[in-house]
Design a binder for this molecule. Sequence first.
Ligand code: HQG
Length: 182
Amino acid sequence: MRDSLEGFSKFLSYVLRHKPEVIGLLLDGEGWASIEDLIKGAEEVGKFLNYEIICDVVSHSDKKRFEISEDGANIRAVQGHSSESVKRKYSALQPPDFLYHGTATRFLDSIRKKGLLHGARHHVHLTENEVVAHDVGLRYGRSLVLRVKSYEMFLNGCKFFRAENDVWLTLSVSPEFIDNWD
Ligand code: HQG
């Protein structure tokens, strides 16, 4: 992501995942919002956006966080939502044997007791890529990558979903399915 686009990307993540109401934006159940309304709403809070900037953010997003509809009229974040208006219906999939979750060492005691919880977001986020997981953990402090026995969870009836940008999602991970505490 180029530096100049990072601020716009953070703003889009904020309104398309978490707080659309701060700019009076409506998200439908699948997370879609009108780009016209997004531009108008942003302008009302003093944030200048236009269609070109939005397309630039979408195409340069390192994690492919956003998607523009085929007709070019709407935009959504593909995962990471906490907004209650969004109830994405991902299709359930068989996961690989293991998936990774990057966290910070300071959360470990709690994770040992309660497992991984989705918190304010709708899902726990997992990845096939350990390096990506490490970077995710760094956002909160000293990073620690937990290995999740995803296939075993699947055999035990837990559902897994994969967002359009290959982020894996599940509702929670109980401690017994984490296999590398030390
Ligand atoms: C931790 C980024 C204590 C959890 C990434 C994490 C991701 C617990 C934090 C996406 C816990 C929640 C999401 C428990 C979980 N006790 N702490 N029982 N269970 N936690 O930001 O997964 O760049 O909501 O380990 O790539 O860090 O924004 O979730 O540290 O896909 O596109 O609670 O955000 O993508 O933090 O990150 P978050 P996350 P973007």
